[in-house]
Write a protein that binds this ligand. Structure first.
Ligand code: KG4
Ligand code: ZN
Length: 386
């Protein structure tokens, strides 16, 4: 490969483009020439979450301008680009389609190859983009709005899933709890902020433990033999019970009727028609305490499992990436865990934690290094597996 790569990411509610090049340094193989992100958060905030139809329409409006801005910032022209990388999935299919259609047309018009990229491979490679090659083998936790997945990386570019959430992703739990507390969308940064003023021991929320006694006895995610059986089961995550516990507490503290009852329906209708939502009856201190207590449980659940698995796997490094890796408590606690276990931890800078296209370019360069030459015979896939 000679010229720069143009990378495009449109899997959810950010329209992003970046230009990357290879370097001559094998330990820091890629450099970012530009990375532009147009966030749609303002558009979706009023709805309390991402509205897929609005998201795809906004991607259509923004994609050309975002790509132009990325080329301009990188000081390259479209004629200099040697290949195009694009997120194939997983994500909102209407959003993904905009990026995939744009990438294919841009590349087709110039006779360039297109490299389809898995969004989570992008989050994993964001660590290499920021820190250079990780000491391998590595255990990398990808923790985002749609995923909580732990990968074992025996060699660069090989990702083996060893743990994942059984229900909600950690970011989803953040977003739902923020909604319960009246903190708005996106919820992760809002909880991160108010939790700083809270007492993280004020409320004792449960930490889910999945054991063989689970009623539907799920098989562990890790391939057989990779981890001892009871460790393999413990490495899966679960956050929906925690969200329910927060919901119950909010109702108890505010005197709101139990969820699903007729009286509850009346409160929700009143809130919709301009009345106050249950969270409005909470004091700022109560909101801060609930946020801090919730965050303590989420962060320790993530770190307990990741570091326990890393030790069993003989990992020489731990990586944590994806939107939730922007969380200040997770970053701080990860450092102390790393010191305790004697395994170094790597987290991307904030600009590479949440969705961006630079990480998609990095994952494409990794695929090319492993022999992928690109094709046009792929389509957007909402539920792509890594
Ligand atoms: O990776 P990402 O940008 O998009 C997906 O691939 O899903 O992750 C978005 C998620 C959202 O759930 C958001 O609330 C969460 O990351 N997030 C945070 C923080 N910043 C973003 N969660 C906790 N603390 C933060 N500071
Ligand atoms: Zn993401």
């Amino acid at each position: 490969m000679t010229g720069p790569v143009l990378a495009i990411e449109t899997s959810c509610d950010e329209t992003a483009a970046a230009v990357l090049t290879q370097t001559a340094d094998a330990s820091r193989p890629w450099a970012i020439l530009s990375s532009v992100v147009a966030s749609q958060a303002e558009i979706h905030r009023g709805w309390g979450g991402v509205v897929p139809e609005l998201a795809s329409r906004q991607h259509v409006r923004d994609i050309c301008g975002v790509v132009d801005a990325a080329l301009e910032k990188a000081k390259v022209s479209s004629a200099d680009i040697s290949c195009v990388a694009v997120t194939q999935g997983p994500g909102l299919v209407g959003s993904l389609l905009v990026g995939v259609a744009f990438a294919k047309s841009f590349a087709w018009a110039r006779g360039l190859p297109v490299i389809p990229v898995h969004h989570l491979a992008g989050h994993i490679e964001s660590l290499v983009l920021a820190h250079g090659e990780l000491p391998l083998p590595s255990a990398v936790l990808v923790v985002s709005g749609g995923h909580t997945s732990l990968y074992y990386i025996p060699e660069a570019g090989r990702y083996q899933l060893v743990g994942r959430t059984r229900d909600d992703a950690a970011g989803e739990a953040y977003d739902k709890v923020a909604k319960l507390l009246g903190l708005g969308y996106p919820g992760g940064p809002a909880i991160d902020k108010v939790a700083r003023a809270g007492n993280d021991r004020a409320y004792g929320f449960p930490t889910a433990r999945l054991t063989h006694a689970d009623r539907n006895a799920p098989q562990p995610t890790a391939p057989p033999g990779m981890l001892p059986d009871e460790v393999a089961r413990r490495v899966d995550f679960s956050f929906s019970g925690l969200k329910t516990a927060v919901s119950r507490l909010v109702r108890e503290l505010t005197g709101a009727p139990p969820e699903g009852t007729a009286a509850d329906g009346a409160v929700l209708r009143a809130a919709r028609d301009g009345g106050q939502a249950p969270a409005a009856a909470l004091s700022p201190q109560q909101i801060a305490d609930i946020a801090a207590s919730f965050q303590r449980v989420v962060v320790s659940a993530l770190l307990d499992r990741t570091f326990e698995a890393a030790r069993w796997l003989g990992a020489r490094s731990v990586g944590i990436s994806g939107g939730v890796s922007a969380n200040s408590r997770l970053r701080r606690d990860a450092e102390s865990r790393a010191a305790k276990y004697g395994i170094p931890v790597f987290v991307p800078p904030l600009s590479l934690s949440t969705d961006n296209a630079a990480m998609i370019g990095a994952a494409a360069l990794r695929k090319m290094e492993r022999g992928t030459s690109g094709d046009y015979g792929f389509n957007a896939e909402a539920a792509l597996v890594l």
